[in-house]
Ligand binder design. Structure first.
Ligand code: PEP
Ligand code: MN
Length: 368
């Protein structure tokens, strides 16, 4: 599947001259001093192009700080005038869109909770009709690629061609080191079906704690994401929201400085030759891999027939446990990750069972 988005390349609407693109600023605008002072420090690093600040905050529980509201738009305007940085904020209703645009905000983004709700996204899209403003769409809170795609399509159909996606990770029931699981696969899938769509990474909301940010940011660079939105605060320890994940402007500059930037391609013919050679080897191994899996399935089918004729069940737990144990040992000795090996075996085993099931439950063909 390929997505049919009508979009303009990022370089034509956000030519910053800086690599990577960095949008940074506090999770929330709190006071005029906090926002303007943070903006000055960020601008002084020379690393960032756009100042972010949440004006209206989607909070999980009522009674928490729900954003400073419209007054903060004036502070964003002042920060822009004084630093020359572009500005960006989250919009979740038609009124937010109108107010943000009236105050001269340069870039809007749709938050993760809004992306999860098609009514909300449609309301935002309708408010954007006929307006030429860049919009980024965060992934939805839940790991549902269709919702992310649907939101991008709604905004695009409203006529927004300066469109990008923000990968901010996904809620998961399992507690892990991350606040929101990156589930990189979903971002890769989006990139695959919409190669022209810029995707930037939000390591702050993925990590939840600032210590993990450099690791996630590097991974985003390695996956060829086009930039970042990172929360930065003049004094993170007293931030009103998301205090644990915000970094100082100086720390942000260090994170960006320490990234090993990579190019999607190289112009060096020797590199290209070597890469082509290695890819050939991969191609040959993939052919072998698929042939081996097909051969394995054929044997599974034979086993299915044999079990059917002898009235034996498909799943034999002992045998399965033995396979997992033996293969995992071998895989480990060959330097393969254990979790990966088990997942791979489970996939193959699942398919074997499906095939055996078809054989064992096939209706006898009725001869005419
Ligand atoms: C934010 O950017 O501060 C925010 C609320 O993010 P998300 O929508 O990703 O939770
Ligand atoms: Mn935040």
């Amino acid at each position: 599947m390929k997505l049919n988005l009508d979009i303009e390349p990022l370089s034509s609407w956000l030519a910053t001259g800086k690599e990577p693109l960095v949008i940074a600023g506090p999770c929330s605008a709190e006071t005029e001093e906090q926002l303007v002072a943070t903006a000055h420090l960020l601008a002084a690093t020379g690393k960032i192009s756009v100042l972010r600040a949440g004006i209206w905050k989607p909070r999980t529980r009522p009674g928490e700080f729900e954003g400073i509201g419209s007054i903060g738009l004036e502070w964003l305007k002042r920060a822009k005038e004084e630093t020359g940085l572009l500005t960006a904020t989250e919009v979740a209703t038609a009124k937010h869109v109108e107010e943000a645009l009236a105050a001269g905000v340069d870039i809007l983004w749709v938050g993760a909770r809004s992306t999860a709700n098609p009514f909300t996204v449609q309301e935002i899209a309708d408010a954007l009709k006929g307006i030429d403003v860049p919009v980024f769409v965060k992934n939805p809170v839940n790991p549902d690629l269709s919702l992310w795609i649907g939101a991008l399509e709604r905004i695009n159909r409203a006529g927004i061609k300066k469109l990008g996606a923000i990968h901010r990770g996904f809620s998961s029931y399992e507690k892990t080191a991350f606040r929101n699981e990156p589930m990189w696969d979903l971002a890769i899938q989006l990139k695959t079906i919409a190669p022209e769509l810029p995707i930037i990474n939000d390591p702050s909301h993925i990590c939840g704690t600032r210590e993990l940010i450099p690791y996630v940011a590097q991974k985003a660079v390695d996956l060829d994401m086009q930039g970042f939105i990172i929360e930065a605060h003049i004094d993170p320890s007293v931030a009103w929201t998301d205090a644990k994940q915000q970094v100082t402007p100086a720390a942000l500059a260090e994170i960006i400085n320490n990234l090993s930037l990579r190019k999607a391609e190289s112009n060096d013919p020797a590199f290209e030759d070597k890469l082509a050679e290695l890819r050939k080897e991969i191609d040959a191994l993939d052919v072998q891999l698929i042939k081996n899996v097909a051969d394995r399935m054929k044997i599974s089918e034979k086993i299915g027939e044999y079990k059917r004729d002898n009235k034996v069940t498909i799943l034999q737990v002992n045998r399965w446990e033995e396979i997992i144990e033996q293969r995992s040992k071998l895989a480990k000795a060959l330097n393969l990750d254990e979790e990966f090996t088990v997942k791979l075996l489970e996939l193959i085993h699942g398919e074997s069972i499906r095939k055996q099931n078809l054989i064992m439950n096939a209706k006898p063909s009725v001869e005419a």
